[in-house]
Design a protein around this ligand. Structure first.
Ligand code: GLN
Length: 195
């Protein structure tokens, strides 16, 4: 069994905990940076990236999170979590954690399409994934080592680079846990390598 942390500062925390538990793994809500030493992988939930970033600074999480990712520990960022992980945010001078080589566009689907669902093909994971998008970002460009996992309307909406993965949509809001399961498999592999 692996222990997956969900950053619990703001956003859709409980839904991720529920998804992890329904896959038979242990979930822990991470509210202090010291907890990062006790987990095998981390999920950065959706919510509001600017608010989460403010709380990351307020709770002195920033360096510990960057270190956690740079050390090769698996991280999965969903929606706002994708924005937090990106190396670059279009239209902003500064990114946040800078742990994956992607350029993110915040609220990239525009106001008229605040929330919608779409069926996605996710490479190696699902042919028919019902994805929920809520004021979602998209990925405008990826670096050479990034694998594109899914696109919608010609826009990249899920990607992975090494042990860092992200989705513009919310896999925790439906009962389809295949993407979360893919992350858990990554965590299990990286734990085996580390032993
Ligand atoms: N638009 C939000 C942001 O910029 C993300 C929305 C979400 O996580 N559902 O942080």
């Amino acid at each position: 069994m692996v222990k997956i942390g969900v950053l619990g500062l703001q956003g859709a925390v409980r839904e991720h905990v529920h998804a992890i538990e329904s896959l038979g793994e242990e979930a822990v809500v991470v509210k202090h940076k010291e907890q990062l030493d006790t987990i095998d992988g981390l999920i950065l939930p959706g919510g509001e990236s600017t608010t989460i970033r403010r709380l990351i600074d307020q709770y002195d999480f920033y360096d510990a999170l960057v270190q956690f990712g740079k050390a090769g520990n698996p991280i999965f960022g969903t929606c706002a979590g994708l924005i937090l992980l990106a190396n670059e945010i279009i239209g902003q001078d500064n990114a946040h954690l800078g742990l994956i080589d992607i350029k993110a566009v915040r609220n990239g689907f525009g106001r008229q399409r605040d929330s919608f669902e779409a069926t996605l093909q996710i490479t190696g994971i699902a042919e028919d994934f019902e994805a929920v998008f809520i004021r979602a970002p998209y990925i405008e460009e990826v670096g050479p080592n990034v694998e594109v996992l899914a696109t919608y309307d010609g826009r990249i909406v899920a990607a992975q680079e090494g042990n860092i993965m992200c989705s513009a949509f919310h896999p925790e809001l439906t009962d389809d846990n295949r993407l979360t399961n893919h992350f858990i498999e990554m965590v299990k592999k990286s734990k085996l390598v580390a032993q």
